[in-house]
Design a protein around this ligand. Structure first.
Ligand SMILES: Nc1ncnc2c1ncn2[C@@H]1O[C@H](COP(=O)(O)OP(=O)(O)OP(=O)(O)O)[C@@H](O)[C@H]1O
Length: 333
């Protein structure tokens, strides 16, 4: 029987040609999947369309658009077992990158056609579903500054520009961070609670690699003494994100927790998966295995041996009976 899925498509996302993108997606998927195509509008977003699709009891949901569309659709699926396909066509493609899903239309469609699924963690932040991260302070300021018009003009560069602008306006705040086993009081300029994060979410990169299926949230605290320190800390986080090493600066800290409550003085803006949702305090709780994704088939890497080319090489294969390790009897004391 042919598979079926609801495809939620944002017809204005990204810098490409949406009509052509939709034609490509249909050509790739429709031979194997019956698609119920739902276009987002200014008034009816991916969240409403995904909630309605869940209520209709669809077999799978595929979302195609920028990070806003993908996050909104994913949010509706947190806590369900409906497989979610991601076809990223945005400016930053942070959502796909954070979850290790290919970000070209062709590879994303092949991932969905492959039919392999994997569960990852999700979370709730102040009752809102969260798949990637909640940012307090710096990140929230940067998201607010990277507006639609700037993104259209500058693409990815808009986020970098907004980051520098936010850095210029950087202010520290006092924070109290409560996890299941401790209460931490600290001054910070940015606190990021991540379930999953792309390397470009620099401020989430305290832990060497945010782990998306460990049942824990990764919390990074950045507390630079001044603006020069903020730039150095940000650069260090970018480097560690790219190299996969843990951070090593006294003004950056990180912890992992299943649940975290954060209050700040003064109140700080909070951005959740790219959208401003309000201000602190926040209460974030991990939902282990809360989201099911179509995931690329990962071929098992068999470590290869190599001997060819060594001088005077002779390799003799032993005739070892089943169940024996080939070393004969071993002397024991
Ligand atoms: N048919 C439509 N007409 C106008 N706006 C739309 C329509 N459909 C969705 N939108 C708007 O698109 C925005 C979401 O865009 P989305 O995040 O998918 O793409 P993007 O902004 O190009 O990507 P990125 O966030 O990666 O930059 C929402 O603000 C939503 O209101």
């Amino acid at each position: 029987m042919k598979r079926s899925a609801c495809l939620i498509f944002n017809p204005v996302a990204g810098q490409g040609d949406p009509e052509q993108d939709l034609a490509t997606i249909k050509a790739l998927l429709e031979p194997e999947i019956d698609l119920d195509i739902q276009l987002t509008t200014e008034d009816v977003g991916a969240d409403a369309l995904a909630i309605a699709a869940v209520e209709r009891g669809v077999d799978a949901i595929i979302a195609s658009g920028g990070d806003g569309t993908l996050s909104a659709a994913a949010a509706a699926l947190v806590g369900t077992t409906i497989p979610f396909g991601i076809i990223s066509r945005g400016t930053a493609n942070a959502f796909a990158n954070a979850l290790d899903i290919p970000d070209t239309i062709d590879a994303a469609c092949r991932t969905i056609l492959g039919g392999v699924t994997k569960t990852v963690d999700a979370a709730y932040c102040n009752g809102y579903p969260m798949v990637l991260l909640a940012g307090i302070g710096f990140e929230a300021e940067a998201v607010e500054l990277a507006d639609r018009e700037a993104k259209n003009r500058f693409g990815m560069f808009a986020y970098v520009l907004a980051g520098f602008q936010a850095l210029r306006q950087m202010q520290t705040f006092d924070a109290e961070i409560e996890t299941e086993d401790k209460i931490i009081k600290v001054s910070a300029a940015a606190i990021t609670v991540a379930n999953a994060a792309p390397a470009t979410s620099v401020l989430a990169q305290g832990p060497s690699g945010v782990i998306v299926d460990d049942g824990l949230l990764d919390i990074t605290l950045v507390s630079p003494a001044n603006k020069a320190g903020a730039i150095a800390a940000t650069y260090h986080l970018l480097q560690t994100a790219l190299s996969g090493d843990a951070v090593d600066r006294s003004d950056i800290g990180y912890i992992r927790a299943r649940r975290v409550k954060i209050t700040t003085e003064p109140e700080q803006k909070v951005v959740l998966d790219g959208e401003l949702i309000g201000t602190t305090p926040i209460d974030v709780e991990c939902v282990p295995g809360g989201l099911t994704l179509f995931f690329p088939l990962v071929e098992e890497v068999v470590p290869t041996e190599k001997l060819e080319g060594l001088p005077n090489l002779v390799v003799q294969l032993k005739d070892t009976p089943d169940g024996e390790d080939g070393f004969g009897d071993r002397e024991t004391n």
